[in-house]
Each structure stands twice: as C-alpha cells, then as structure tokens.
Design a protein around this ligand. Structure first.
Ligand SMILES: Nc1ncnc2c1ncn2[C@@H]1O[C@H](COP(=O)(O)OP(=O)(O)O)[C@@H](O)[C@H]1O
Ligand SMILES: [Mg+2]
Length: 209
C-alpha cells in the first residue's frame, strides 16, 4: 500500500468520497504525493528528496557560509530542535550553537547562527517539493484540483514536523496546508486500520509481485 494512502486513512480522512484529497508524506529518503478520490488513487508521484536531503542542505550551507564541517546526525538534531522553514517573531531571537570542525584549521570549533540561516539552507529542498505539488495540481482534472484548493493539502511524515513548513509550502503553492495531530504515526495507524478493513480498501493496495 502506498504511504500517502495509509497516511490519509491514518489521518482520519474519508477518501471514499467523490471529491479529491491530496496527501504529501515527507519521509527520510522520499516525498510521496498522492491524490485520491472515490477510494482510489488518481495520481501519485515520489521524489527522492525528504528529511535526509534537508539535513544535507544544512550541512552544505554551514560548510559554505561558515566554513564548519558537521555530520549528518548533528544536522538532523539542529533541524529537529531549532530548524525552521521561516523566520518569524517567535523564533527570530533563538541562538543556534553548532559544534564541528573548522575547514581551514581542522580544529574543533563552535559557531552561533540564527534560524534565518537554517531557513535559507532549507529553501531549495522546500522549493523542489512545492514544484512537484504545482506539477501534480496542473495535471489533475480541474474539478479535482478545485476540491484540493478548497480543502487544503494534508501533510504527513516526519518532515511535516519541521517548524512552519506548512506556512512556506502554502506560500509557494497558493494552497493551504493541513497537518494532522500526529503526522509521524499516520502511516502506521492507517496501515493498521486498512488491515482491519481489508475488504473495503482492497482496491487501494498495490500489487507488489
Ligand atoms: N521535528 C522535526 N522537524 C523536522 N524534521 C523532522 C522532525 N522529526 C522528524 N523529522 C524528519 O523526518 C524524517 C523521518 O520521517 P518518517 O516519516 O519517519 O520517515 P520514513 O517514513 O522515511 O521512515 C527524518 O528525516 C527526520 O529527520
Ligand atoms: Mg514514512
């Protein structure tokens, strides 16, 4: 079963209705976009860009702008704890302390940056996701696209937990984004619910032979 389908069910969405629903699941390695209606998938696409690519974008940015080398796990911690897609009143004064190895001296070193640095680092991966959303919307039958614009797009997966990701994606696509209360567990919850109701959701399962 595709992750966004499980995510939709786990988020409590009724995808059996004749209106269109778009779910975007941002995982570690991929971002999966799916549009569902009448209990089936109208279109879906998967891009090889997710939370790991955001970590790499932070690493690259800190290396280029601050000449500091940090590892992937350090970048992931920074992203989760102080990362943001957008600088705003409630985070603009946060100091982000980052320890790493200075590129020129080779010595351990610490820098202090602000959330604006992180937001700038994440601009490219977020723009890529927004591009794919726009392409998906353009390819849809107009009435289905209109449903999605009315209802908003549902965002799940660990990537949905990035601070203000919904605000930035809404700004870039012109469509509102909704984040369910537990975006990390939607897929697991939905897969469980689907198993319990396998007769009703059989047409949503992918043939994996
Ligand atoms: N609070 C957070 N802010 C930003 N990214 C997060 C947050 N929590 C988890 N993530 C990211 O979400 C990704 C994992 O999401 P998940 O849906 O569990 O992925 P997968 O389905 O690929 O296992 C990781 O890249 C992780 O860094
Ligand atoms: Mg997942």
């Amino acid at each position: 079963m595709q992750e966004p389908v499980a995510a939709a069910i786990g988020a409590g969405l009724d995808i059996s209705q004749p209106c269109g629903t778009m779910v975007i699941d941002i995982g570690g390695g991929t971002t999966d976009i799916a549009v569902m209606s009448l209990g089936g998938i109208i279109t879906s696409r998967s891009i090889r860009l997710g939370g790991d690519a955001m970590d790499r974008a932070i690493i690259d940015h800190i290396r280029h702008e601050h000449h500091l080398l940090i590892g992937q796990s350090n970048a992931e911690i920074i992203k989760k704890e102080v990362g943001t897609a957008l600088v705003s009143d409630d985070n603009q004064d946060v100091d982000v302390h980052i320890k790493g190895r200075h590129l020129r001296t080779g010595m351990p070193s610490e820098i202090i940056i602000g959330p604006a640095d992180i937001a700038r680092a994440l601009r490219v991966p977020l723009e890529t996701i927004a591009d794919e959303v726009r392409k998906t919307l353009e390819e849809l039958p107009p009435e289905i696209a209109a449903d999605i614009v009315d209802e908003g797009i549902y965002l799940t997966g660990g990537g949905a937990l990035l601070d203000k990701i919904d605000v930035v994606l809404a700004d870039k696509t012109g469509v509102q984004f909704n984040i369910p209360s537990d975006p990390l567990r939607c897929v697991v919850l939905g897969a469980g619910l689907a198993l319990e109701n396998i007769e009703q959701v059989g047409n949503l399962l992918v043939d994996i032979q």
